[in-house]
Design a protein around this ligand. Structure first.
Ligand SMILES: NC(=O)c1ccc[n+]([C@@H]2O[C@H](COP(=O)([O-])OP(=O)(O)OC[C@H]3O[C@@H](n4cnc5c(N)ncnc54)[C@H](O)[C@@H]3O)[C@@H](O)[C@H]2O)c1
Length: 281
């Protein structure tokens, strides 16, 4: 029998994209799936799809930027199933250019992408530590390994996710815990991330230049469309989890290449400069 069979996976941002594609694969491995998302309608459709695959599934409408909402998600999952084995802190939103982003945009992007990860860890880790098993997968990005023009708050939020994940890994190790963690750093993937403004809170939308933001998003759309198929990414994630790998680099050549160029820059070379096209493969 598959060692994952009957175990529980919680996936934030599970109603779409990378989260949903991962849920489909884990459903096929016999896991019980809790999908958490801010979009109630898409969430209901996603849960029905996972149940149609024969898996036990629940959907919990959650705003990951709000700790109380994440704590309620944890309570619902533990009341129903008593344990959590995989926690995917995956929900995320894109932001616009750093220079044009007002404070509310920073708060929104870091609230979802960075605090969403922190709140997931804070809410779920105690029960995983007590069970002394489980694995946390935090979704960062290639934009968490190098600065990207036009995506300042997003890049900042994802650098924080990489740092959080590394710190978590070492702290778990120092405690001798069998709980482990990974950080997922994809390049561009064909999902709805370029339509992240569908979840813009009203007060954030009111504080920004929406036309400029949407123009930036339409540029991103072209590059997203050139990105990897979401099922390839989900397969790479599940494969890496079978080996408990920390770095999940779905666009490995781009990730290693940009890191090497960064090292050369630190050693006195030139700034590598942006190359978004490279991040599509
Ligand atoms: N698609 C890419 O090119 C790419 C590249 C690198 C990293 N990522 C990261 O992958 C993760 C998944 O994104 P995706 O590409 O599948 O995009 P997506 O838009 O298809 O899915 C993101 C999901 O997060 C949900 N969400 C947004 N705000 C939320 C909130 N406050 N609380 C709960 N859920 C919320 C959305 O409703 C959506 O279902 C994100 O963290 C994203 O930053 C994506």
């Amino acid at each position: 029998m598959d060692q994952l069979s009957g175990k529980v996976a919680v996936i934030t941002g599970g109603a779409s994209g990378i989260g949903l594609a991962t849920a489909r694969l884990l459903a096929g491995r016999g896991m019980r799936i809790a999908l958490a998302d801010i979009e109630a309608d898409s969430l209901a459709v996603a849960v029905a799809e996972i149940r149609d695959l024969g898996a036990e599934a629940m959907g919990v409408v959650t705003d990951v930027s709000d700790y109380d909402s994440v704590a309620k998600l944890r309570d619902q999952v533990l009341d129903a199933w008593g344990a959590v084995y995989f926690l995917f802190n995956n929900a995320g939103v894109g932001g616009g250019s750093l220079i044009d982003s007002p404070p509310k945009v920073w708060e929104w992007v870091l609230g979802v992408n960075t605090f969403g990860v922190a709140w997931g860890i804070h809410a779920f880790l105690p029960t995983m530590l007590s069970a002394n098993e489980g694995h946390i997968i935090n979704t960062a990005s290639l934009a968490g390994l190098g600065g990207v023009p036009g995506m300042g708050p997003y890049s900042a939020s994802k650098f924080a996710v990489v740092g959080t994940s590394e710190s978590l890994l070492y702290e778990l190790d120092q405690r001798g815990s069998k709980v482990s963690c990974s950080v997922l750093c994809p390049g561009f993937v064909r999902t709805r991330i370029h339509e992240a403004d569908r979840n813009l809170p009203d007060e954030v939308a009111a504080s920004m230049d929406l036309d400029a933001y949407k123009a930036g998003q339409s540029i991103t759309e072209d590059i997203i469309e050139a990105g990897l198929d979401v099922d390839i990414v989900a397969n790479a994630v599940v494969e890496a989890l079978d080996d408990r790998r920390f770095w999940i680099l779905t666009h490995e050549r781009a990730a290693l290449g940009m890191t090497k160029r960064r090292l050369a820059w630190m050693e006195g070379g030139d700034a590598p400069g942006p190359n978004l096209e490279r991040a599509t493969r």
